[in-house]
Design a binder for this molecule. Structure first.
Ligand code: ADP
Length: 462
C-alpha cells in the first residue's frame, strides 16, 4: 500500500496536500537513474547546461506569484517574504547559469621539456541534498543550481513540513528541458532517506542544510564511502551594538534580521549585545519598533510575523523563555502566545527579553523564534569573548560608525558571515557558510560551485 504524509498550513492547521512517501525501492531506483544520467549530463556542454538553467529560472519567474503563495501556505512566512524568497531562489539559478561557463582549469609549466601539465575540473558525480523547511525554495536552488551547472546530477529530499515548493520547482526544471533523471525529488522522513543517500555508491556528495546534530550524523555516515559533504548547520548569531552606533539604523536592521521568517532562520541574531552606555536607549527604541510588528496568517495584509512551524519549535521557544524568566530575566514586551494544539497552529508575539545572562538557555541554544534577548557589555574585548563563546560560527552582526571598532570586530569574530551595519548580508553572489559547528563549505558566489567539481591533473609526456 502506498503511504502518504500530510502537509499542513502552519498558520491555520488546515490540510494542504497529501504527499506520497518514496519507498526504499523508489529511492534506490532514483539513485540508480541519477547515476546513469550522470554519464550523459556530465558530457552536455557548459553553454547548453547554462541555457537550460536560464530557462528554468525564467519559468520560476513566470510562476512567481504561485510559488510565493505556496511558500507562505506551507511555511507560514508573510507573502512579501514568500515572494522575496522566490526572487532569492531564482538568483541562485541565474548566477550559476553564468558560472557554468566559467569553470576554468589551468596549465602548469612542465619540469621536463617533454611534459605538458594540465589541470581540468570535472563534475563530481551524483549529488544528494537534504533541505530544511525555513527556505523551501532557496535552500534547494542554492544546491541544485551549482550542481547542475557543474554537470552533476541532483536528487533532493525536502523537509516533510514543506515539500510542495520543491516538488513544484522540480516540475518546472523538467518543463525547462532538464532531463527527469538529472534532477529528482524524493519524499519521506530524514533518517531513512538520509541513510539511503549516504550508503549509496551512486552518490558522490551530500549537501545538507539543517540542524547541527543531523549534520554530524550525516557526516559520520558519509565516512564509510568517503563522500564529499557540504554542511550548512545551526547558528547562534551575536549582534553587537557599540556605543558609537547609529542606533536608529541598528534598530531597523536588527528588526529585519531578527524577525524575518518569525525568527526561524539560521542567521537570525539570537544574542543582542549592547554596550552599557547605550543599552537603555537602544532597548527603548527597539521595543517600540517590535511593538509595531503584526503577527498572523502570512496571507493577510500587513502581517509581518507568521507562525512558528510546529509544536516542537514552539515548545523549545517557550521553554527558553520560562528558563530565562526563572533565572531573573525581564520581559520588555511580548511573551504572549496564540496556539491551538488540536488544530496545530502556534503564534508567538515578538518578544524582547532584558537582563539576560550566560546561564540562561536562551544565550546557549539556538532559539529559532521571534525572541530577542538583550545583554550588556562594557568593553569591545568583552563583547568579542561573549560573541565567540559558542560552538556555532555562522553569522555575526555589529553596528559601529568607527572604522577602528569595525575592523577590530570584523577580524576577531569567529563567524563565516559578518554584517557591519548590515542585517541582510546574504546573496547568490557571496559565499554563505559557517565556521566551527555551523558547518563545512560555502554556498553561493565563486566558492559555491567548487564543491561540485573534482580536480584532475593530467601529465602528458610527448
Ligand atoms: P529541524 O529540527 O529544524 O526540522 P532538521 O535538521 O531535523 O531540522 O531537518 C532538516 C532536514 O533534515 C529535513 O529535511 C529533515 O527531514 C532531515 N532530517 C532529519 N533527521 C535526519 C537524519 N537523521 N538524517 C538525514 N536527514 C534528516
Amino acid at each position: 500500500m502506498m503511504s502518504t504524509f500530510t502537509v499542513n498550513n502552519p498558520a491555520t492547521g488546515e490540510e494542504l496536500q497529501e504527499v506520497i512517501v518514496s519507498s526504499n525501492e523508489e529511492v534506490l531506483a532514483a539513485l540508480k537513474a541519477g547515476h546513469t544520467a550522470f554519464k550523459t549530463w556530465s558530457k552536455v556542454n557548459a553553454h547548453k547546461r547554462s541555457a537550460l538553467l536560464s530557462k528554468w529560472a525564467d519559468l520560476v519567474r513566470a510562476h512567481r506569484e504561485e510559488i510565493g503563495e505556496l511558500i507562505t501556505r506551507e511555511n507560514g512566512k508573510p507573502l512579501a517574504e514568500g515572494l522575496g524568497e522566490v526572487d532569492y531562489a531564482v538568483s541562485y539559478i541565474d548566477w550559476y547559469a553564468e558560472e557554468a561557463k566559467r569553470i576554468y582549469g589551468r596549465t602548469i609549466p612542465g619540469h621536463q621539456e617533454s611534459k605538458r601539465l594540465t589541470v581540468i575540473k570535472q563534475p563530481i558525480g551524483q549529488v544528494a541534498a537534504i533541505t530544511p523547511w525555513n527556505f523551501p525554495a532557496a535552500m534547494m536552488t542554492r544546491k541544485a543550481a551549482p550542481a547542475l551547472a557543474a554537470g552533476c546530477t541532483f536528487i533532493v529530499k525536502p523537509a516533510e513540513e514543506t515539500p510542495l515548493t520543491t516538488i513544484r520547482l522540480i516540475e518546472l526544471a523538467h518543463e525547462a528541458g532538464i532531463p527527469k533523471d538529472v534532477v529528482q525529488c524524493v519524499n519521506g522522513d530524514g533518517p531513512r532517506i538520509g541513510k539511503l543517500f549516504t550508503d549509496s555508491p551512486y552518490v558522490r556528495k551530500i549537501t545538507f542544510t539543517g540542524s547541527t546534530p543531523v549534520g554530524k550524523e550525516l557526516l559520520r555516515n558519509c565516512a564509510d564511502t568517503l563522500k564529499h559533504a557540504t554542511m550548512e548547520l545551526g547558528g547562534h548569531a551575536p549582534l553587537i551594538v557599540a556605543e558609537d552606533a547609529d542606533l536608529d539604523l541598528a534598530v531597523q536592521q536588527t528588526i529585519n534580521a531578527k524577525f524575518r521568517n518569525a525568527g526561524q532562520t539560521c542567521v537570525c541574531p539570537n544574542r543582542l549585545l549592547v554596550q552599557d552606555s547605550v543599552v537603555d536607549k537602544f532597548t527603548e527604541k527597539f521595543v517600540e519598533a517590535v511593538k509595531h510588528l503584526k503577527v498572523g496568517n502570512g496571507l493577510d495584509q500587513d502581517v509581518t510575523v507568521g507562525p512558528i512551524i510546529n509544536k516542537k519549535g514552539f515548545d523549545k521557544i517557550v521553554n527558553q523563555l520560562e528558563d530565562a524568566v526563572s533565572k531573573g530575566a525581564d520581559i520588555a514586551c511580548g511573551n504572549e502566545y496564540d496556539y491551538n494544539d488540536e488544530k496545530g497552529y502556534y503564534f508567538i508575539q515578538p518578544t524582547v527579553v532584558v537582563d539576560v545572562n550566560d546561564t540562561m538557555k536562551i544565550m546557549q541554544e539556538e532559539t529559532f523564534g521571534p525572541v530577542a534577548p538583550i545583554t550588556r557589555f562594557h568593553t569591545l574585548e568583552e563583547a568579542v569573548e561573549i560573541a565567540n563563546g559558542t560552538p556555532y560560527g555562522l553569522a555575526a552582526y555589529f553596528f559601529t560608525e568607527s572604522y577602528k571598532t569595525g575592523v577590530y570586530l570584523s577580524e576577531n569574530l569567529e563567524f563565516g558571515i559578518v554584517g557591519w551595519n548590515d542585517g541582510a548580508p546574504s546573496g547568490a553572489h557571496i559565499p554563505f557558510g559557517g565556521m566551527k559547528e555551523s558547518g563545512i563549505g560555502r554556498e553561493g558566489g565563486l566558492e559555491g560551485i567548487e564543491p561540485y567539481l573534482e580536480t584532475k591533473y593530467i601529465s602528458t609526456n610527448i
